[in-house]
Design a protein around this ligand. Structure first.
Ligand SMILES: [Zn+2]
Length: 320
């Protein structure tokens, strides 16, 4: 999931309020400055996204204009992400009651086409760069959807990041988006207010999606490591609406998750036992029990990461 910014426009909300309610997990990552518009045509999604390509048992592409070569590239890229995920979590089993066996990636031909049609097709805001819709994974017939568009030149942004959200939701986080810990109330889920109190899981969901998408090569995040801007104990309280911001959510989230993988794997595994079972109160108690005990080591690790990266030159990673 998975909102990067609280940029949902009131016009989109009003429109959604008039539409049938659909619950799901929304990932409005990489919000752009483009205005939201609502299409007036009633063209169905299957009439517009006519090309269906099955990458694997776990991934289907549905698009308006992907070429054969682009389809192959996307399948290959996401297959590698899935293998990394399976490897790092040691071939986990799906969480109980999760029926999201396959992700369908819906790719519009352009941003204008996305803005005109995605709202009516998926009942979601389109003032963003793409959304992951987990839906209600315990319900029969639920279909997990990623919705995005091709940029000039044909590329689809954020695919790896969003695919990790799908895998994380299926293997690490029990329940649907509203069941997990965050403070987003945005459409299409409109999770109820008030939100649970922090610590949330935003640092984990967004940071892990970045970590699996970029691996060790995330120069934008490593550049921030030099600033030592946050204590680890503070990052556990990152939200979408409070204690938020793109750098904090994505880049500091990446740093927190990478540190936990590299230096605190036992603690991470203990935490995942709780999130996989939906025992979110115990997750929160565990994180609070850690307190500031890892802050000093995290600060030291950040310094080492920054120093090591100064000694090498790598291409700059793209933003989420
Ligand atoms: Zn995300």
């Amino acid at each position: 999931m998975y909102l990067s910014k609280t940029a949902v426009l009131s016009a989109a909300l009003l429109w959604l309020n008039a539409a049938p309610v659909v619950a799901g997990t929304a990932a409005a990552d990489a919000v752009t400055a483009e205005p939201a518009t609502t299409g007036t045509s009633s063209t169905s999604v299957s009439a517009l996204l006519t090309q269906v390509h099955q990458c694997s048992a776990t991934l289907q592409l549905r698009s308006a204009a992907l070429t054969d070569s682009q389809e192959s590239q996307i399948c290959q890229q996401l297959s590698e992400v899935e293998q990394r995920f399976q490897h790092i979590f040691e071939n986990p089993s799906p969480v109980s009651y999760d029926g999201n066996h396959m992700l369908r990636a819906n790719i519009y031909a352009s941003q204008p086409q996305y803005a005109a049609y995605a709202g009516q097709h998926f009942l979601m805001p389109t003032n963003n760069g793409g959304m992951y819709l987990e839906g209600l994974p315990h319900q029969a017939g639920n279909q997990a959807e990623f919705v995005a568009y091709q940029h000039a030149g044909g590329a689809v942004w954020n695919l790896a990041h969003e695919y990790v959200h799908y895998l994380d939701g299926r293997f690490n986080l029990f329940g649907d988006f509203c069941a997990n810990l965050h403070d987003s109330h945005a459409a299409p889920e409109n999770c109820p207010r008030p939100a649970p109190q922090s610590p949330y899981l935003v640092w984990w969901t967004e940071g892990m999606a970045e970590y699996l998408a970029h691996g060790d090569n995330n120069q934008a995040a490593i550049k921030l490591a030099k600033e030592a801007g946050f204590a680890l104990s503070a990052l556990f309280h990152t939200g979408y609406e409070s204690n938020s911001g793109s750098d904090r959510i994505y880049r500091w989230g990446y740093l927190a998750v990478r540190y936990m993988f590299e230096k605190q794997r036992n603690k991470l595994d203990q935490m995942l036992q709780f999130t996989r079972n939906g025992d979110y109160p115990r997750y929160q108690a565990l994180v609070l029990s850690w307190g500031s005990s890892m802050d000093e080591d995290f600060a030291l690790w950040l310094q080492q990461l920054a120093t090591a990266s100064s000694a090498t030159t790598k291409p700059t990673a793209t933003s989420p």
